[in-house]
Design a binder for this molecule. Sequence first.
Ligand SMILES: Nc1ncnc2c1ncn2[C@@H]1O[C@H](COP(=O)(O)OP(=O)(O)OP(=O)(O)O)[C@@H](O)[C@H]1O
Ligand SMILES: [Mg+2]
Length: 505
Amino acid sequence: MTEAQPFMTMKNIEKSFNGVPVLKKVTLQVEQGEIHALLGENGAGKSTLMNILGGVHQPDGGVIQIHGKEVKNLNPRVSQEHGISFIHQELNVVSDLKVYENMFLGSELQNKFGFLKVEEMCAQTSEILAKLGVHINPKEYVRNLDTSYKQLIEISKSLLHKSKLIIMDEPTSSLAEHEVKRLFELMRNLKKTGVSIIYISHKLKEIKEICDRYTVLRDGELVGTGYIKHENLDSITKLMVGKSISEERLTKEHSLGPIMLEVNDLTSHGQFKHIDFTVRKGEVVGFTGLAGDGRTELFESLFGYRKKYTGQIKINDQLVKIDHPQNAVKAGLGFVPKDRKENAIIKDLSVIHNMSLSSMGHFEKAGFIQDKSEQEKFHYYKGKLNIKVHNPRVTIDKLSGGNQQKVIIAKWLEVNTDIIIFDNPTQGIDVGAKQEIYQHIISLAEQGKAIIILSSEAPEVLKLCDTIYVMYQGEITARFKGEEATEDEIMSYATGSKREAEKIG
Ligand SMILES: Nc1ncnc2c1ncn2[C@@H]1O[C@H](COP(=O)(O)OP(=O)(O)OP(=O)(O)O)[C@@H](O)[C@H]1O
Ligand SMILES: [Mg+2]
């Protein structure tokens, strides 16, 4: 073994599923103490490659070396013995177990009589979670926690073992900004101690910020590798999708129709207060801010998921009282919820049925779903969103994580209410398909719908929206015309460092 030997090498890895090749002689090298970005479109093969390194899948060909020594017949346990930890894209936490039970699942601490050392496990759990800034009771049942906590538990689990290489497969998809910041701090500290990290994310800004080198896959092939600092977002995008994606605004100046939704002085104690805004026919309105800004709570109330609020809601100039989602739908509101990965995917149902069936209860009963045939709809969105699936009859869990997202968002793009609220519409979706989803949303507006986008990503609202509202701790702190806002300005209002009454029209 020489000094120049990389810590981990995967050489010419091949893998097929049911005769379809998904990895074609892929090589990946990770140095000790580096953060290595693994990039590519949805379905490019990132998770599959990591599943091979984590011992979940066996490769059909190729070699894996650690410190120059070949390792064979990996399974999850052996992989862990080699110092490899895996934070999975699909959250693996068990809702019916407590936090500490999840942390120590399969590696429970026992005393010499075989009794579980519960307090010791709780103490270690708290200690690790605290490093991520999380303070929850280790004896709490996971089912009572928000998705972001589940993701943090998943991350913490990997820190329990003294790992040399940590695979992070989209660790931040459900995290708020301050949680991402903490995670990055932790990653930098791990790096200092010589730990290597493989980092997968569709958020290219994160990649720029935290990663040292990158490897890009396209359709199962290696298309590039190098130093992040030598690249810009555009060159990385080009490698991933084979073309540039314009950073320009997609919404052009256009005339708006009459006010369809008007909200006056909406207040819910401890959640949001004095909320005033309007949405016009044909308008795309964005709401952005940081964690705890109250945006999701506001719109869940507006949609009747939460009952306690005061203030007025007018739809088409009619005062409405919404205390149940069914009333919201009757009044012409549609709501596309976030965290679809957890809440909306039915794993043992086929792709095509997941796209057309159920879990949209309120809308179906009220007849607000467009009436295309299953096949028609499937083929339309498969092409439009570049959904990688060979056979629509396979169960949806055979698709890559992002392609599952695309199937579910496609279903929701068919909601045919006059006013549609999208919460986090492009979670987990690659840069190319994001653009298609934006185009689709804009065309809904052009057809005369009123659109509301909730997003924690400022670039998303900047690209799409005619009007942007920024929220901070439950209040609207700024209102911008889409073409006049900048990311920096949005951030200064979102962090509360600036607040201007006169900005709010
Ligand atoms: N268990 C499986 N059975 C059949 N096909 C599979 C299986 N797992 C993955 N695939 C296929 O392998 C290809 C690569 O999937 P993979 O999950 O590696 O993509 P990815 O790069 O991680 O994408 P994403 O960004 O969406 O997570 C996809 O076309 C997927 O459908
Ligand atoms: Mg994946």
